[in-house]
Ligand binder design. Sequence first.
Ligand SMILES: [Zn+2]
Length: 335
Amino acid sequence: MSTYKSKLLYIAGWDRSGSTILDQILGQLEGFFTVGELAAIWDRGPDCLCGCGSILKNCGIWNRIFTEAFGVGPDRFDFHAARRDRPCWARFRHLWLLANPPLRRLFQRSLEPHLELTQKLYQAVSRVTGARVIVDSSKRPTHAYLLQLSGIGVPYIVHLVRDPRGCAYSYQIRKPHPDPGIRRMPTMHPAKSSLQWIGSNLAFRVLWGDSCERYMLVRYEDFITQPRDTVRRILEFVGEPAHPLSFLSSNSVFLQPLHGVFGNPSRFHTGEVQLKLDERWKSQMKERDKFVVTALTSPWLSTYGYPLHANGIAPTGVEVQNAGNQQDRRCEPLL
Ligand SMILES: [Zn+2]
């Protein structure tokens, strides 16, 4: 039986959607602890940079968490074995296998070690930090599904969506990566980013979406322009009392260092940080690339309130979250 006591708030969606700054803001709240993109920890190993600025194996809190979970610190933990135990079909393209119980049972034996590892790690985060809410910004639908299967309960899914042209443009910008051994942030062709945007967002809408009471949709554009309202809505969503939010104004936030283990380099930004809607794609993205992204994602743009024309005006505060009959919304069908 699971001894996991914290609520797990999972920031879901596609990359370059503002998940890191949302993660950083939520992590400032009393009783909240952010783990960053914890899904990547098995790949990154003990030498990745923690949000506090230390290497993971030198960070005090992650040493306590690993010792609680596995009996050894990150420097002695066998990351190679953890990667080996992670089933290769746990990739996004195999999500349909995970989500199909009869098919999933065929792979149960190879799935169990990874689920046990995941459960131990998140339980240890809960016990060591004493946090009421753990924030995970891994974003990937497969990881959310594995968390749910691991027995720590159904995560609170905060599905963060950004205009796909903004995501695609962000993936075209070359910038250095702060982690040791990684020269720069990955780049991606706009068409590939568009297909990933469709797949990731569709997966969360279909597997959680309106059928799950622990699902909430947030648009990046609304969050950045109305950050206090967004945080208040998220607090209400996870059943937490209202916080003073003195660190957060309508256009800036004061950030303390946190302990997220992976994510956008902006997780190292501390002190006063300006919150500014990034719409550089409107003026700086090549028209050809805008056309490709718009054409591929056009069937879904209106779902999230985005205009078909790249320079159109997106309505703010689109009420598409938690639609449907509240009384009929359950999460059990996933299991
Ligand atoms: Zn740290």
